[in-house]
Ligand binder design. Structure first.
Ligand code: FRU
Length: 485
């Protein structure tokens, strides 16, 4: 998202100077200013490392975003909670770091992930301190800028006795009547991931109630990070991060019992540690960490930045009972110059005119498959297609995928591919919304699935868009392209 500081083209990322409000100095890093891979409208800290979104909340009409942040270098390290505020989910203003490890405290080695709740008007953060992993509490001022740690920290000093846990972190808290509930991300050795349930009357004294759920999202699942538990429609969702992805168990919840009936991927690509919150329009909005694949430690540190948050998305329940994912409508506020393409047949490769495309664009397209067996949309494509990223829909496989084997002529850069199942009903067009932001690409299909990928083109002309159809003729119903800030 366009941030007012440190992340937009307007902000002058290249000098050491105070932010607009004078609160947050931006260190000088010339590499960052000239880095063609650094996104322009995804949320990022002013510099250095970001991972999980934390403490997402709408407070007094403003959206607050906290995040795992190492302000010392562009690599994972001693975690702090960074902080930013927005009125529209897409333009963010950086605020001072909210939570810093206390040298003698339970969080001396890092303020890990957690959440914020409204405790009768007092913003209250629950988070994990390390090492060892314990749960801590802090209360904030009404602007959520200054935080005081509870003198009795940690509020949960150890995992439940007798349980052989693989981890114990990332508290997520909600209210039921007069009581508070918390789930903590965990795993039980030899069994799978687990969300451990606690109950409290005052957020400070907690009783263990047993696991809310124990399960496996796939082979090798030993630990669930960043659990997030919330109602969606008439069902309950337990969203967990495990095995490199975000998974949503969808089920029913009553009287401290959760019984899931299915598990869906929230995104099939580079998407992790998602957290979802409800806003005053009753939307369940989710942000996650985009776990990009750019280089080794030395390269990241030299670049001065690492990671970003995904664009805001809205979760829903589909007609088939599965999870639906769509971009938040506020993203339309970022749309700049508009270009479109008239309806036309697609057979073979149809490169679009050069004015359609760019390194930071949104492309919205609707394609009827016709007799084609495979439809592709190429983005970040060089003039002759030497470099390109391909979004592919395979009708026989009923799957959407992202391919970067031609993504970069630079041999050292990674070229990942990702795939998600997408069943189109008979006569249903493929409807894509694709957000290209330099090295990151977020793909949304038919308001049902999402796929986040990365691409690191080396050529300055890798900004084109093309449509391709194989095995027959498809039909372009419409294509719109907007430059993004
Ligand atoms: C997920 C995670 C959390 C932890 C945090 C530390 O990415 O590993 O489990 O709290 O990151 O930064």
């Amino acid at each position: 998202m366009a941030t007012l500081l440190g992340n937009s083209r307007k902000s002058g990322r290249d000098g050491a100077r105070p932010s607009q409000d004078g609160l947050f100095p931006v260190p000088r890093n010339d590499n960052m200013a000239h880095d063609p891979h650094r996104p322009t409208y995804h949320f990022m800290p002013p510099c250095q490392w970001i991972n999980d979104p934390n403490g997402l909340i709408q407070w007094k009409g403003q959206y607050h975003l906290f995040y795992q942040h190492n302000p010392a270098e562009a690599f994972f390290g001693r975690m702090h909670w960074g902080h930013a505020v927005s009125t529209d989910l897409v333009h963010w203003r950086h605020l001072p770091i909210a939570l810093t490890p206390s040298p003698e405290g339970a969080d001396k080695d890092g303020v890990y992930s957690g959440c914020i709740v409204d405790d009768h008007g007092v913003p209250t953060a629950l988070y994990t301190g390390v090492h060892p992993e314990v749960q801590c509490l802090a209360t904030g001022t009404d602007d959520l800028v200054s935080w005081e740690k509870h003198p009795g920290n940690p509020v949960i000093p150890a995992p439940p006795p007798g349980l052989a846990v693989t981890g114990f972190r990332d508290p997520w808290v909600w209210r039921e009547g007069e009581l508070w509930y918390m789930v903590i991300g965990s795993g039980i050795a030899g069994v799978g991931g687990a969300a451990l349930l606690y109950r409290s009357a005052d957020l400070r004294q907690w009783d263990y109630r047993g696991p809310l759920y124990v399960g496996s999202v796939g082979p090798g699942d030993t630990m669930w990070e960043c659990p997030c538990f919330f109602p969606l429609g008439n069902r309950a969702v337990l969203m967990v991060s495990a095995c490199g992805g975000v998974h949503a168990w969808i089920g029913d919840y009553a009287a401290e019992r959760f019984v899931p009936t299915r598990c869906d991927r929230v995104d099939a690509g580079l998407y992790y540690a998602a957290q979802a919150f409800r806003d005053d329009r009753n939307r369940r909005i989710v942000f996650a960490w985009v776990t990009e694949r750019r280089g080794e430690r030395a390269a990241l540190v030299a670049s001065g930045w690492a990671g970003m948050l995904s664009l805001p998305r809205v979760l829903s329940l589909g007609n088939d009972g599965g999870l639906g994912v769509a971009p938040a409508e506020e993203l339309n506020l970022l749309r700049g110059r508009h270009r479109s393409c008239p309806p036309q047949p697609i057979a073979g490769c149809t490169p679009l005119p050069p004015e359609i495309g760019g390194s930071a664009v949104e492309v919205e397209v609707s394609i009827s498959p016709g007799s084609a067996s495979v439809i592709e949309l190429a983005v970040r494509r060089s003039a002759n297609g030497e470099e390109q990223g391909l979004i592919r829909y395979d009708l026989a496989e009923q799957a959407l995928s992202w391919h970067t084997d031609q993504g970069s002529l630079a041999p050292s850069l990674p070229k990942p591919a990702f795939k998600a199942g997408l069943r189109l009903a008979s006569g249903e067009p493929l409807r894509l919304r694709v957000y290209v932001d330099r090295s990151v690409v977020e793909i949304y299909a038919n308001n049902r699935i999402a796929l986040t990928g990365c691409i690191y083109p080396s050529r300055a002309d890798s900004t084109g868009v093309a449509l391709l159809a194989h095995g027959g003729e498809a039909h372009l119903e419409r294509l719109d392209c907007w430059e993004m800030p």
